[in-house]
Design a protein around this ligand. Structure first.
Ligand code: SF4
Ligand code: SF4
Length: 383
């Protein structure tokens, strides 16, 4: 076993806190093996979404990433910043707090790199692998086992001081440290998150159906169901509802972190601006944030849905441009949105687009739009 006297847990914590990390905990690399059956159960019951890694072993086995791993250092950084978002007069789409500032992956990897350099300066032969959401491991479970916080009924990790607005990351280390103690849930009889969840994704206490989660819906590519379109409201990236209602977040410590203050992107972003995004503008506004990873068209699709749900008449002109755009599914969605927002006025535009359209799904949406305007019934199997 590696010499454990080269650096202590206290020294690591002290350095981490000075660097800007808010919470540090230590877990055993074997702490995830007990989740094998739980994951199997989730997959078998269709509770996982398609961006989740399906190979269970990769989700629970840190030895894949560092074969002589002896400990996992879990870190958490609060994004509960002191900042009040403006409410614009025009219709807007809401963006989750996770994406307000600089992409948190970069922020956390920088902090972990500093911590690794510190450990290397003390322990020459140390090996460390840094992970921030770029791996299939159960990161929240690592944080829980490292004593970062307890599991809330909303499936988030809640720290009594900082609440649950926490970015988490880990360092796999070939140095053994005694694991920290887990914290039992302090939710008590509270069920606010379950009641408030707009997607009805919290299907039980500590149980989430990822396919119903609206946060996932905003990043899922392609067409969404009519039910999801209604439930998503004006969310254009992520969903914070189950955290916003949590009493632990009402009393959580607020932090001052310049990197998480929104710059080009606004937490309540003008819908017309999103609908008119080109590649360059998307890169300028969303590129530096974590909201950019699913691409421009997914963001525009969400803005189309938000314009329907907020009855935004200002969206009509940009929607007409999208009807003639490069993306087939945005053409389909804009036809549908126009049928709701502009009715008969847009019928000639939608009909013209319908006759030109070659994509089957877009054509289906356009037909649905045309029939809606004409007051005719649309059958789901129609094309
Ligand atoms: Fe429900 Fe939104 Fe929380 Fe998902 S993120 S579980 S939809 S409240
Ligand atoms: Fe727990 Fe209530 Fe917070 Fe949900 S809202 S995580 S039940 S304390």
């Amino acid at each position: 076993m590696f010499n454990v006297t080269c650096v202590t847990k206290d020294e690591i914590r002290e350095f981490a806190y000075k660097s800007g990390i808010d919470i540090v905990g230590f877990a055993s690399p074997d702490c995830l093996f007990k989740y094998r059956n739980l994951l199997k159960n989730r997959y078998e019951n269709g509770l996982s979404c398609n961006i989740e890694e399906k190979d269970i072993e990769k989700r629970i086995n840190p030895y894949y990433f560092l074969k002589d791993v002896k400990s996992i250092v879990s870190i958490a950084v609060s994004y509960n910043i002191v900042y009040e978002a403006d409410s614009p007069k025009s219709a807007y789409g809401t963006i989750s707090r996770t994406a307000w500032g600089v992409d948190y992956h970069k922020v956390l990897i920088n902090l972990l790199e500093k911590l690794r350099n510190f450990i290397l300066s003390k322990c020459n032969d140390a090996k460390a692998v840094l992970l921030v959401d770029n791996n299939p491991l159960l990161e929240r479970a690592i944080a829980y086992n490292a004593g970062i916080g307890f599991y809330g009924k909303n499936n988030m990790i809640i720290n009594e001081k900082y609440g649950s607005y926490l970015f988490i990351g880990e360092m796999l280390l070939n140095i053994f440290f005694e694991p920290d103690k887990k914290i039992v849930s302090k939710c008590g009889s509270c069920t606010r998150c379950l009641k408030a969840c707009p997607g009805k994704a919290l299907v039980g206490e500590y149980k989430i159906d990822a396919n119903k989660c609206l946060s996932y819906a905003t990043i899922k590519k392609g067409y969404l169901s009519d039910d999801t379109i209604k439930k998503i409201g004006t969310r254009v990236y992520g969903c914070d509802t189950c955290q916003d209602v949590c009493p632990f977040n009402k009393t959580a410590k607020r932090v001052i972190k310049d990197e998480f203050i929104p710059r080009g992107l606004k937490p309540k972003h003008d819908l017309k601006e999103i609908l008119s995004l080109n590649k360059e503008k998307f890169q300028e506004v969303f590129g530096p944030t974590s909201a950019s990873w699913r691409g421009k068209n997914t963001m525009i699709r969400n803005a189309i849905i938000a314009s329907i749900n907020s009855n935004d008449k200002n969206a009509i002109e940009p929607l007409k441009s999208l009807l003639d755009g490069e993306s087939s599914y945005l053409r389909g969605y804009s036809a549908y949105a126009l049928s709701i927002l502009d009715g008969e006025n847009s019928l000639p535009y939608i009909e013209k687009a319908y006759f030109k359209e070659t994509d089957v799904s877009a054509k289906m949406f356009m037909k649905k739009a045309i029939k809606k305007i004409r007051g005719e019934v649309f059958e789901d199997n129609e094309r």
